[in-house]
Unconditional design. Structure first.
Length: 196
């Protein structure tokens, strides 16, 4: 009888352990799926309840952009309520500029030029990828986006990607879209767009 009791107790303990493990796995799966909904940019999670600046400072791919935004005095603006749509060039995008360009632009004497370039990457409102594609289709293959700087970026589709053509004829590809923020959305680009 004691042997049966111990065997039953062991079986009950194993069954309880299996249930607990199953419950923990379900909780982990729930957590994983919740975490999976958080987009990662530059190796860092981008939380929808944080603003553009709070998220961008954590992206290893956007350290040059963050330094430029700081030098351009735009931290407060891009931390504000917005909403803003930011086409955010990566460090590799800035590296495509002629040697010394970034170092020159972040100098206090060039703040106006830097601000002009940075605000050329910002559009008022929260424009998702679906919104942008709808605008492109409604425009017969092109959408004109008026930037905060006052210039125009022309969006089109090429091979399933959104392409931004700047006023100088340069082309930037959106490499990651719909990184939603509390005050807007970021679309990562592979090239710095230049205003006229």
């Amino acid at each position: 009888m004691i042997m049966t009791f111990n065997r039953s107790a062991v079986l009950a303990t194993l069954a309880a352990g299996a249930l607990l493990t199953s419950a923990c796995m379900s909780m982990d799966a729930g957590t994983a799926s919740a975490d999976a909904s958080v987009v990662t940019v530059g190796g860092a999670p981008m939380y929808a309840n944080r603003n553009i600046v709070e998220n961008a400072v954590n992206s290893a791919d956007h350290t040059t952009l963050v330094a430029a935004v700081t030098a351009g005095g735009l931290v407060e603006t891009l931390s504000g309520p917005g909403p803003f749509t930011v086409f955010a060039p990566t460090n590799a995008a800035f590296a495509k500029l002629p040697a010394g360009t970034v170092e020159s632009l972040v100098q206090p004497a060039n703040k106006a030029t830097l601000t002009k370039i940075l605000t050329y990457h910002v559009v008022a409102g929260r424009v998702s990828a679906a919104d942008l594609i709808a605008q492109i289709q409604a425009g017969g293959g092109r959408a004109r986006l008026t930037t905060v700087e006052g210039g125009v970026l022309t969006a089109s589709l090429e091979g399933g990607s959104v392409i931004l053509t700047d006023e100088m004829g340069g082309r930037a590809r959106v490499t990651q879209a719909d990184v939603f923020q509390s005050n807007g959305v970021i679309h990562v680009t592979d090239t710095v767009s230049m205003p006229n």
